[in-house]
Design a protein around this ligand. Sequence first.
Ligand code: SAH
Length: 344
Amino acid sequence: MKILNDLTLDELKILMESLGEKSFRAGQIFRALSLGKSISEITELSLPLRQKLTEIYVDTPVKLIKKLVSKDGTEKYLLALYDGNVVEGVYMKNRYGNTECLSTQVGCRMGCKFCASTIGGLVRNLTAGEMYATVCLINKINGGTLDKRAVTNIVLMGSGEPFDNYDETVKFLRLVSCKDGLNVSLRNISLSTCGLVPEMIKFAEEGLPVNLTVSLHQPFNDKRKHLMPIAKAYSIEQILSACDNYFNKTGRRYIFEYSLVKGENDDRQSADELIKILKGKPCHVNIIRLNEVKENGLKATTEKEAYAFASYLENAGLSATVRRLNGADIDGACGQLRRSYLDN
Ligand code: SAH
């Protein structure tokens, strides 16, 4: 089966033409799907057209299985794809808007030592339309429409490595920012990568000015290999040069994520090295406290130490903040909820 949500407005127009339908139907379909409707719910279309479409396309690509609400208000969703695979999504209410954390793959093959998403490896990529359908569904669940969006910001920080699913991720960014659909501003979207350098360079040419975020987690190449296998393929120097290229091409400051793991990357030496390699660069460092995952045994640095680490960087002239720990009581870390679902 195919996924209708994968089609852009122009592709829908071509489809309507090929089915002998008027091209304005394309806009009706795109808007209805953007509102989170299934094909069978698009009552503006004739029943025969809906039936014709559901013979080729999945009626509902993404369904809600379960919703958890944290004490801090963070909502976490377990979502089923049409083939029975399960992904998760997070919805966080902030002062400036509401952020959805989106998955780009079922599982992940990057193997980062601290991350729950990668434990069972990569199952499959999400298509652009599945990612878009997820945003549309979460927007709908939270009472959003096209004029009044409940999802105003998106972070590609759920399960998966967006640049390991490059083409679909790029197409998703075009779908979600399309004026005729949800129209989420690219400036409100952050894409997080573990540092796939060739894709970082390619992405700078796409004309998609999102916030580029890189999971650094270690300023020393040899130690980084121990935490993140991708470091064996690309060095920190190559990552920094790809980041500078992104800044030169897009004018957008970039962000580094640094999840503090007790005894691995939270010492004075690591902080000094971070300062050495990042000082003067147009970047921000997001200090994250590790969400402990039972499968790997790694421990989080305390909150107090995390703030001290960030202040140390700040005092040396870097821009650094500690990220709020969202939804820790509801399996908030990447892939944790899916893992506990699979375990049961
Ligand atoms: N594949 C992308 C997106 C991953 S999720 C990437 O690597 O950037 C977003 C961030 O959460 C990444 O920085 C990731 O390294 C981090 N992360 C994953 N598991 C974590 C955990 N258990 N605790 C803290 N941060 C974690």
